[in-house]
Design a protein around this ligand. Sequence first.
Ligand code: G3I
Ligand code: 9MR
Ligand code: ZN
Length: 767
Amino acid sequence: MKNKLLSLFIISSMVVSLTACGAEQEKKPEAASGSAVSEASVEVTEAPAQEEEPEADDDNLIEDGSFDGDTAWAVFSTNGGAGSTSIEEGEMRVSISDTGDVEHGVQIYYDGFGMSEGTEYEFSFDARSTVDRTVSARVQMNGGDYHAYFLAPVELTSEMKTYSYTFKMEEASDPAPRLCFNMGMQDDGKQFKDHDVFFDNMRLVIKDDSGAVAQAEDEDVTGIRLNQVGYRPDDVMTAVYADVAIDSNSYKIVYAKSGEEVVELSMPDDTHSVTNPNADETDMEVDFSFISHMPKKGRFKLVAEDGTESPVFSIGEDIYDDLIKKAVKMLYLQRCGTALDKKYAGKYKHKKCHTEKATLYWDDSVKLDVSGGWHDAGDYGRYVVSGAKAAADLILAYDNYSKTKKKIIDNVGVPNSGDGVDDLLQEAKYELDWMLKMQSENGLVYSKVTCANFPGTVMPEDETEPLIISYTSTPATADFVAVMSLAARVFKSTNSSELKAAADKYLKAAKKSWKYLAKNPKVKGHTNPAGIVTGEYPDKKDRDERLWAAAELYRTTGDKSLISFIDDCASEVNMSGYGWLDCGGYGCYAALMDKKLKKSAPDTYKKIYDGFFKIVDEAAKTVESDDNPYGVNRTDTYEWGSNMGIANDGMMFLMASRISDSLAYNNDAQSQLDYLLGKNPTGYCFVTGFGTKSPKNPHHRPSQFKKKAMPGMLVGGVNNGLDDPYCENVLRDTPAAKCYADVDQSYSTNEVAVYWNSPLIFLLTVI
Ligand code: G3I
Ligand code: 9MR
Ligand code: ZN
């Protein structure tokens, strides 16, 4: 029965506007109930006896609204609220032990239907409560400000009654709203302890859809997909023709603006189409590189024989310059603990945030200054494992381009730009200085500092709940050792006195934490402490992080006692992994770039070399396969943050080129970049503000608050795990490689993160 309305696809305009706040917001809901109820027509009657056989209820948008199965609705609780649901004798029972002190302190909810603009609905249910109380019935946006489309106070008594409402969807159609009852504190401030509320015969049906507004078609998505930012003249240039009919063998390249033909070409002989079940397309990869009479600079389009045009792309040596600046500046704009000035931050300026002392979760007498660092993502948490990855990518990028291209990047447009010191290193330093504060007395490192819950859609300085430091973990500690050792080495090699001074501090800190790890071989993994619901970054293994730590520390100090440890770890861990979870690849890269190790421990070196290149070569084979038009190391599984995985693959290929001192894997790296910038089945250039079609509604609180996407952010991308309610509802029939939604509710496909931007920065600056 689910998803009835999805087929209608309607557009909308408004009649009644109900303003209120919903779940997960700290604000007290506005008293919108009066207007809601007066606009909606309400009927309350005594419920008839419910003896009859359950009938099919095909019009009902709520699956098993009669609760004859065994599935009760889910519960959300916050601010002291506590409750659970169960099915009892064909009714849903909500047992509430505490309402908490906000209206949504306890909320039961149902997702999986759609609302279409201009349609009239009838909502009815039977309900009673063991105490006389009011609850709030809502159909609301599921994300953003959670405002209500429909809202009514429901006065419950011990007698089972039928409540019935009709209302019209006045706003734009929403394919994934949430139907819920807020059962926390009453509007009049009244709170309740132990009591039960029972529901039955929950029905939401379309009463009249004659006024439904037809939904505008999704904007035309071209069938030709390519890197929308563009190519440098010597790059391999490829496009995918997705379901584009090819009769003969030719296509054109035209100037983007005038449409004037640059050249007409015939398809290369090996061009062929492949069935791509993961995108549900027939694809043809077309290589249009190395055209000698193409201008070396300009904006162009491909035009297929049937008239299908590609998105515009640029050619030029400098096509990535602006993107690099914005992608690095994003990190600056994620800075916590400092005010961001309008001069640099524009509309994303904000006051000092999160500067108050944070409390240890397990000992509230201890308050620490852990201000600074980057906000992790669309939320304002600060996490060591993800931050270490992000900072490492910047430093590793610098370590590459400063040597291979003999340049520094000092023009990002942040306060320290133009000071003769590389901006990426300076940005990494901001995070590392924060991480120093996260090191505890004995060398173990705290995993994160966040509030207990995620905030609503607010600017950073308006997240003012208490800051809590979660437990230490050995993965966080080993990541800390790795990135501090890396930074110490690289910062020392610069001619900046500021960076050199930091290098000494970092090395000292790294040694202290390593000492702890060496004495304590047992893993101390991380899971969220009870009551803390912010990002978990769960990790139960630390050998990969320890390998990375030991390899970086050895490379920096030459301490030979580390070699046997490196050797042991290298036999155990997966030699790929460049994320908050798996770090084996970083460990391998550090080891394989180390000439000392090659000399002192050739067998260890060879073991790591063989393991690393086995993974790289397997990935390259998949990427280069004739049957893989989009050229990424993915088939039917795209995980949360798959764009990071793909950017990481690009980084790995560039590392492999560097280790082998060749350009052998550079085209594979280019394929990853092309995918991220538009040559993918969604047709999106996945970086905000770049390309012809880019995400407009990222899950990123400053962007949501300002109603404009901050530019230069790589979104998470395709995720067929459907890990948020929006995707679960809307994308369930979508082919794997297209499971992406440019809506801000979709935190599992459309969030951004500092450690997703960082491998993109590596790719762009090193390639
Ligand atoms: O490890 C499995 C792998 O074996 C499997 O093949 C793959 C297939 O889906 O899944 C892998 O696990 C995934 C894991 O990330 C590692 O990639 C989980 O399914 C997936 O749910 C998990 O997602 C993480 C998500 O938090 C939820 O925990 C993302 O990687 C991670 O980037 C994201 O991080 C959040 C923070 O918690 C809070 N701040 C924002 C940030 C970005 O969304
Ligand atoms: O905003 C949160 C995002 O940063 C996290 O990656 C994500 C998963 O942990 O959760 C987001 O917060 C959502 C929460 O988990 C559930 N309620 C809705 C929140 C987003 O508005
Ligand atoms: Zn902050």
